[in-house]
Design a binder for this molecule. Structure first.
Ligand code: HAM
Length: 421
């Protein structure tokens, strides 16, 4: 038997219902915030990720799925969505559009060669938004509130919004030097990865999971003491707007994020649910004002987030574990012989085109088995077709709650169903 590749899973049954539900909530809310859908390729030129997510990030150095196609091109399965959206923005000259800023949302699978565990997969699904062309702190707050409100709409209330600012380049350069000076004498106490990060990306040492209890890191200089005036005022504005939007946030000095493209605001949505273990970050994002330019586009300030749909499925299943998912079938039509079956399929079409959920039997079950199936599907109305009735132009409808049966004129059946489901 061929089995699925390690780190992947099949979304079906209950998971599939949650998957669609989560996407629907995010899509509806994104549309309300006036974002437009974008779809970019699942594979891109490998260079795109090296030049954006970063040569020093774990995602690019250890986790990408790289391959050569039959034309000898170097391609990579996207590990995240932001780089592709930025590439599409530049390539399609969206910066020339009269409607600015460009506000986009996307949903799709991403690929990371990570060690699989609950909530951490090699094929993962994200829903994300990116806003290209606005530098206003209000835009940061809007992006954060969109994600927060969507998760709230799903019934997830126990979320902490962790937030930090990495400041602008000047701030970060000064801070990086100070951090290196401070860490140098203690380098031996850091984990092997952090010893490498010391040279390539010292800020990442701050959110190392291995070293998180190391006293040296706890006492390290804080970036907030290195902000220049502009960075400081900008961050204060973002927090002020979040306050007005009633979003409880927690300042986290050590939040730096694992992707290289961020500056100014960075944030994560963390669930307090124990079952998720350390896969408890439901979503994350931030500002990336230099990325468009870095990828040869015009200087464009941007901000965005992405949420992990797989983790949201886990959390919604846990939150709703005592509730059964409603299987809200409106109408089940029973039919046994050919004449009844012909009526069943045409009537089902009319009912479905009236936006009423309807099921027919395609397994040639006995009438008794069809009744059982209608019960299993929780059908609201049963249409009991029989040849005798049909010859008299009549259809019998049974209310599955009251068990009452009604004879309805065949010409009025659709109206009857519409007013009784
Ligand atoms: P990220 O933090 O790498 O950010 O991923 C965002 C979310 O995707 C995570 O918070 C998590 O919920 C989910 N996720 C990541 N890896 C896995 C995995 N292996 N299995 C399951 N879920 C996972 C980004 O991807 C940025 N592009 C976010 C962004 C958008 N920044 C600006 N715009």
């Amino acid at each position: 038997m061929i089995t699925r590749p390690k780190g992947t899973y099949d979304i079906y049954g209950e998971d599939a219902k949650y998957y669609n539900y989560i996407n629907n909530v995010f899509t509806t809310i994104s549309e309300l915030y006036n974002y437009n859908y974008v779809r970019t390729p699942i594979f891109e030129e490998s260079n795109l990720f090296h030049r954006s997510v970063g040569e020093t990030s774990d995602i690019v150095t250890k986790e990408t799925y790289d391959f050569k196609d039959r034309g000898d091109r170097d391609l990579t399965l996207r590990p995240e969505g932001t780089a592709g959206v930025v590439r599409a923005y530049i390539e399609n000259k969206m910066y020339g559009d009269v409607n600015q800023p460009i506000k986009l949302y996307y949903s799709g699978t991403m690929y990371r060669y990570e060690r699989p565990q609950a909530g951490r997969y090699r094929e993962l699904s994200q829903f994300g938004v990116e806003v290209l062309g606005s530098d206003d702190a209000m835009q940061d707050a809007e992006v954060i509130s969109l994600a927060y409100r969507a998760m709230e709409e799903m019934g997830i209330e126990d979320i902490t919004v962790k937030i930090n600012s990495l400041g602008d380049k000047e701030t970060r350069d000064r801070y990086r030097d100070a951090l290196k000076d401070y860490l140098e004498p203690h380098i031996d106490t850091l984990c092997e990865d952090c010893q490498k990060r010391f040279k390539t990306n010292p800020l990442r040492i701050l959110d190392c999971k291995v070293d998180k209890d190391n006293e040296v890191l706890k006492n390290a200089p804080k970036i907030k003491d290195y902000y220049n005036l502009e960075s400081k005022e900008r961050f204060a504005k973002v927090l002020e707007y979040l306050g007005y939007l009633d979003i409880d946030y927690e300042l986290d000095d050590n939040l730096v994020r694992g992707l290289d493209y961020y500056n100014h605001t960075v944030f994560e949505f963390v669930s307090n649910m124990e079952e998720l273990g350390n896969a408890n970050t439901l979503g994350a994002g931030g500002r990336y004002n230099s990325l468009v330019e870095q990828l040869d586009g015009p200087s464009t300030p941007c901000v965005g987030f992405a949420c992990g749909i797989d983790r949201l499925i886990l959390i919604l299943k846990e939150l709703n574990k005592d509730k059964t998912i409603e299987n809200n079938l409106d109408v089940y039509i029973t039919a046994v012989n050919e004449e009844e079956k012909l009526k069943a399929i045409t009537l089902a079409q009319d009912i479905r085109l009236s936006e009423i959920k309807c099921e027919i039997d395609t397994l040639n079950r006995s009438l008794k088995a069809q009744f059982k199936q209608a019960d299993r599907l929780n059908a609201r109305l049963l249409i009991l077709l029989n040849s005798e009735d049909l010859q008299r132009g009549i259809i019998t409808v049974k209310d599955n709650l009251t068990h009452e049966e009604t004879k309805v004129d065949e010409n009025e059946i659709l109206d009857y169903i519409i007013s009784n489901v």
